[in-house]
Design a protein around this ligand. Structure first.
Ligand code: CTP
Length: 217
């Protein structure tokens, strides 16, 4: 029997600190990524979950969970583990901006109105090197009316093999109305809105054979 496929699933938000108490971040429950990690595990993959600050149901049952808080911590975790993996599912909701200055201690509210300078967080997925036998699944969170056009545009920027396009309403919800957009232009959808666990099984039916073929096992 060939060795199990090695999958990394990133999930949950990043938090970019402003001081020791506050942060800038995205809303993300981490549920979709956890369901995908659990499904890949059920199908015999070796799964490493990389999780931001969140506690979705099922996360504690996964055998290997690497925690990150900031985008830079996630970047470092991927830099050390992605080279020896076969499949990456990048479901993490990486914050788009970070405070330029992180203040020690706690900013006081009595200081009155404050202006916070933010700088963009650098692209993680699109800057990862992928070998020709590795397979990459990105995510795209988009307004429903622009879902597919934006996902197509992101595919190239993110250098992914396919992108799960999610409408904004997916955040924190138990259900998802997502579509899978492939680099060759194909778009696949499950039959309507479904529970995230069902979507994870539907998605795994599609990405796992493709990743196995790419990895040659
Ligand atoms: N992503 C990443 N690095 C970032 C931002 C996002 O690797 N700095 C990844 C996410 O994990 C996801 C995909 O890129 O797999 C799309 O994320 P999304 O937030 O939809 O897109 P952005 O690149 O942030 O673009 P925008 O916010 O303008 O839609």
């Amino acid at each position: 029997m060939s060795a199990p496929l090695r999958a990394i699933v990133t999930l949950g938000p990043t938090q970019e600190p402003l001081d020791e108490v506050r942060f800038v971040g995205n809303r993300s429950s981490g549920r979709m990524g956890t369901e995908i990690a659990a499904e890949l595990l059920r199908r015999g993959c070796h799964v490493t979950a990389m999780a931001g600050p969140c506690q979705p149901p099922g996360l504690d049952s996964l055998p290997e969970v690497v925690r990150f808080r900031t985008a830079e911590e996630l970047r470092a975790a991927l830099a050390s583990r992605w080279p020896s993996a076969d499949l990456l599912v990048m479901a993490a909701a990486v914050a788009d901006w970070r405070p330029v200055e992180v203040q020690a201690g706690k900013r006081r509210r009595s200081a009155g109105r404050v202006s916070i300078q933010l700088e963009p967080v650098g692209e993680i997925l699109g800057s990862l090197d992928a070998r020709s036998n590795q397979f990459v699944v990105g995510f795209a969170l988009e307004p429903a009316d622009d879902l597919l056009d934006s996902a197509h545009a992101k595919l190239g920027r993110k250098r992914a093999d396919c992108i799960v396009a999610n409408p904004l309403e997916t955040m924190d919800a138990a259900e998802i109305d997502g579509a899978l957009v492939w680099a060759d232009g194909r778009v696949e959808r499950p039959d309507g809105r479904c529970a995230k666990s069902l979507f994870a099984a539907w998605l795994t039916d599609r990405i796992l054979p493709a990743a196995r073929m790419r990895a040659g096992r």
